[in-house]
Design a protein around this ligand. Structure first.
Ligand code: SAH
Length: 364
């Protein structure tokens, strides 16, 4: 990790505050101390969070003097865009550098626009990931730390610089269930009328499926959509692909899904990454159908987005479609998520790992 510019008490070395780390009252104080009016605090926050403006001088309702003073006492957005990659389909992947030099990824994608316009943003929740799924780039070097709430929010500010969005998927680097309080605090801001005012129904959290954490999530009664990474039709293969799944069984995940449905009226989506000749065979589609038949859940098949050096491959389109059709013919609701932004290294954690392993590429 590169050098930190923090003090031991966690503040920035230059003493400046970070805007999205401040409470509304603290922002009011900062604005007042800079000679502005208290009511401008809300608008300053909106410039950053809703419009992705990272420079006080560009906030047209602030006088030059107030903007200058605010820049001296506060940082509008702490992270730095180290790299931005656009795929031909319009997907934009951002590699963001945090204050301690570690990096995360945020992706803006077309789609999910419905009424709200714009696209969908995929956010990270941790630096690295401890889940170590065999096929995934995010966990290749383990986990470094949890993201702070403001670090989760700042990703949205950067994504807004790309284009507007109306949906959020918590499917980037990291396991959200292991940083649940910060994730939920950030999503509170996202859904708040004083924040981004995005409906909770347009937010999906994807988890590896840690039963006690999911029960904790259920207790919060937050109406976010829930996706659980299944990836195999039986426990033996699931544990091979997700070595950290430990004692958690598919049966337990299904029981949770049913319980979740009873309590919320919403179905869990099971994610199933299709890996060529590993979990895409005919016998496995039948086994999966048998497991899921009758469950209050649906399946989202994700054709593998291959990463360099990985032994896993992506099945051809026909195999993917056939897998879906067999599930459907057995009464299981199944869809395929065709990957977006393959050309932008859009698989989870892929760009970050590429840059970690190629330090020469850092100075972009
Ligand atoms: N830790 C969370 C979020 C992970 S990312 C979880 O496990 O659910 C969201 C989904 O993308 C997960 O199902 C994950 O297994 C899957 N995924 C990771 N790498 C992938 C790749 N290279 N191609 C396709 N899907 C991938």
């Amino acid at each position: 990790m590169s050098e930190s510019n923090d003090r031991a008490d966690g503040a920035r070395a230059d003493g400046r505050k970070i805007l999205l780390q401040c409470t509304p009252a603290e922002i009011e104080q900062l604005v007042a101390a800079a000679g502005g009016k208290k009511f401008q605090a809300k608008s300053v926050r909106r410039w950053v969070l809703e419009r992705g403006v990272d420079d006080f001088n560009k906030m047209s309702d602030l006088s030059k003097d107030v903007a200058k003073k605010l820049s001296e006492s506060c940082v509008a957005v702490e992270n730095r865009v180290r790299e931005s990659r656009k795929a031909p389909d319009g997907t934009v992947k951002l590699l963001l550098e945090l204050r301690d030099g570690s990096t995360i990824e945020t992706v803006w994608m077309h789609g999910g626009s419905d009424v709200s316009g714009g696209g969908t943003v995929c956010i990270s929740t941790q630096v690295g990931c401890a889940m170590a799924c065999k096929f995934c780039a995010s966990g290749m070097n383990g986990v470094v730390r949890n993201l702070d709430t403001y670090e989760i929010l700042e990703q949205l500010s950067r994504a807004r610089q790309v284009a507007p969005f109306g949906r959020i998927v918590v499917m980037g680097i990291g396991e959200p269930a292991l940083n649940l309080s910060n994730v939920l605090a950030a999503l509170d801001e996202v859904t708040s009328p004083d924040g981004l005012n995005i409906s909770a129904r347009k937010i999906t959290i994807s988890t590896i499926g840690i039963p006690e954490k999911m029960k904790g999530f259920l207790k919060t009664e937050k109406p976010y959509s829930l996706a659980i990474s299944l990836h195999a039709p039986n426990d033996a293969l699931r544990r091979e692909l997700i070595p950290t799944a430990g004692k958690v069984t598919i049966r337990e995940l299904l029981m949770f899904a049913n319980h979740y449905f009873k309590q919320t009226g919403r179905e869990v989506t099971f994610e199933y990454v299709l890996l060529r000749k590993v979990n895409d065979r005919m016998a496995q589609e039948r086994e999966l159908a048998g497991v899921l038949r009758g469950a209050r859940a649906c399946v989202n098949l994700i054709p593998y987005n291959p990463i360099p050096g990985s032994p896993y491959g992506r099945p051809d389109e026909e195999t993917c479609r056939e897998f879906r059709e067999v599930l459907r013919s057995c009464g299981v609701v199944a869809t395929i998520r065709w990957s977006k932004g393959v050309e932008a290294d859009a698989a989870c954690g892929q760009l970050r790992i590429a840059r970690l392993e190629a330090p020469a590429a850092k100075k972009i």
